[in-house]
Design a protein around this ligand. Structure first.
Ligand SMILES: Cc1cc2nc3c(=O)[nH]c(=O)nc-3n(C[C@H](O)[C@H](O)[C@H](O)COP(=O)(O)OP(=O)(O)OC[C@H]3O[C@@H](n4cnc5c(N)ncnc54)[C@H](O)[C@@H]3O)c2cc1C
Length: 433
């Protein structure tokens, strides 16, 4: 299919998840002149932080430049993993065994936190341990995964198993992989329902959430902070910065450390259930060994494929990215060649130079960000920890606070190196290096 044929008549260049819940304007009330804590950003990080501070009795004001949830937290692929990209040996080389192990344990803790949060807060968001199939796109990468699986995990019992190519039909209806590894504990979530359910709990806890209120500066006072917005100034005892890939010029320190990178997703039109069952015999979420990873899954109602990846050198329009994502999806699943695209969208993930999340506190100013495209669990967890910390309830530093937050000379928030990096990754993916 080419051009307009690719799109359904009711195509929408916005997230599929917004069909369930488009980020809405909350009843605007006037800005309060003072708050114990001002949280900047109303995504998973900000809301999980606000839930803690409000429950601890602190007056909590959450501000977002757009509608609450407009950022990555209603645009993602709905795959929930342990969120730590580097391996134990890579982490040990950088930080030593103790911190390496602690980082991996916190990855696990973020997944455990999601289970606890959804259960205890009764969040109706289809959060399920469906498992992940991680496909090897080249034969030697299957061997590499198999060696890792055999060696086991250095910190806890490895909870994964290999699926060779000849048995792969039970996992996925594609010949494009050379087998893969299954992580049974990884989860899926209905992104359209998680954020609104969480927002409801935050409001019930007594926090105020104000939309369309961009923070333009944070000034340190003798005690506390002056938070200046386009709608006025607020005096805050503490501030939590939760702006991740949308951080912009607000905090030069974070801007020099966060690399905003577009990630792109399409949702197809509805597909016949017999074809869905053949291509996706389980409900697992799927990713693969590419550096420019494809991540995909079925919609919660099992009627559409949600297919994501990084398909262009520079940032592009969702109509253009849809053409490339569709082409790549069909390369994996030729039977989807006549299936049209109903939604196409993008969002800015917050990458970091060490591919790790970071959080911390600088005398009353807290932050958590840099989830490198894997933040459903980690943003929720580190947001919660920063909220507890701001409330004086969490004194032990997270492993992500005990490592330095690197930048690079000449980097000022504009990722000028993105296009050449994507090109290099494409070559590495082709040859598996
Ligand atoms: C296409 C895509 C697919 C993804 N898929 C997955 C996935 O499958 N699994 C996974 O684990 N992760 C995934 N992620 C990443 C995950 O969605 C994010 O890590 C997570 O949502 C980050 O939450 P957050 O609250 O930190 O940031 P966000 O949800 O981005 O919220 C930041 C908010 O800050 C606000 N803001 C910024 N500046 C200001 C300011 N000056 N004043 C006021 N407000 C401001 C923004 O308006 C925004 O609403 C994906 C991301 C994208 C874009």
């Amino acid at each position: 299919m080419k051009g307009a044929e690719l799109f359904t008549e009711d195509f929408k260049p916005e997230p599929y998840w917004w069909e369930t819940a488009k980020p809405v304007d909350l009843n605007a009330s006037n800005l309060t002149p003072e708050a114990d804590v001002v949280v900047i950003g109303a995504g998973y990080t900000g809301l999980n932080a606000a839930l803690q501070t409000a429950r601890e009795g602190m007056s909590t004001l959450v501000l977002d430049a757009e509608a609450a949830g407009w950022g990555c937290s209603t645009r993602n692929g709905g795959q929930v993993s342990t969120s730590v990209k580097p391996t134990f040996s890579a982490l040990r080389r950088r930080y030593g065994s103790e911190i390496a192990a602690d980082i991996l344990k916190e990855g696990q803790a973020s997944l455990d936190y999601m289970h606890r949060l959804v259960r205890e807060e009764r969040l109706d968001c289809d959060f399920k341990a469906v498992g992940r199939f991680h496909g090897a796109h080249l034969p030697h990468l299957y061997e590499k995964l198999a060696r890792e699986c055999e060696a086991g995990h250095p910190v806890w019992k490895m909870d994964a198993f290999m699926v060779p190519k000849e048995e792969m039909a039970s996992e996925i209806g594609s010949d494009a992989y050379h087998g893969g590894m299954v992580f049974p504990r990884h989860c899926s979530i209905d992104v359209g329902r998680y954020h609104p359910a969480l927002l409801k709990r935050v409001l019930e806890a007594g926090a105020l959430v104000k939309n369309h209120t961009k923070v333009v500066s944070i000034e340190r006072l003798k005690t506390g902070f002056a938070v200046r917005t386009e709608a006025g100034r607020i005096k805050a005892g503490k501030v939590i910065v939760a702006t991740n890939g949308y951080s912009g010029p607000l905090s030069p320190y974070h801007r020099r450390r966060i690399i905003p990178i577009g990630s792109y997703v399409i949702a197809t039109e509805e597909i016949a259930s017999s074809l869905v069952d053949r291509l996706f015999p389980t409900d697992r979420v799927i990713s693969d060994t590419r550096k420019l990873v494809y991540y995909y899954r079925l919609s919660p109602d099992r009627k559409r494929v949600l297919f994501g990846g990084r398909v262009s050198l520079s940032e592009t329009d969702p109509r253009k990215s849809a053409v490339k994502l569709h082409r790549d999806m069909v390369a994996l699943f030729p039977e989807l060649k006549d299936i049209k695209v109903r939604h196409s969208w993008m969002g800015f993930v917050g990458y970091t130079f060490d591919t790790l999340a970071h959080c911390g506190d600088d005398n009353g100013l807290y932050y958590a960000m840099g989830y490198c495209g894997s933040g459903v669990g980690m943003a929720s967890y580190l947001g919660m920890r920063m909220g507890l910390k701001a409330a004086g309830r969490e004194m032990l530093p997270s492993a992500f606070e005990r490592i330095s937050f690197p930048t690079r000379p000449l980097y000022n928030g504009n990722p000028w190196f993105l296009a050449p990096s994507v090109l290099i990754y494409r070559l590495r993916d082709k040859f598996g290096i």
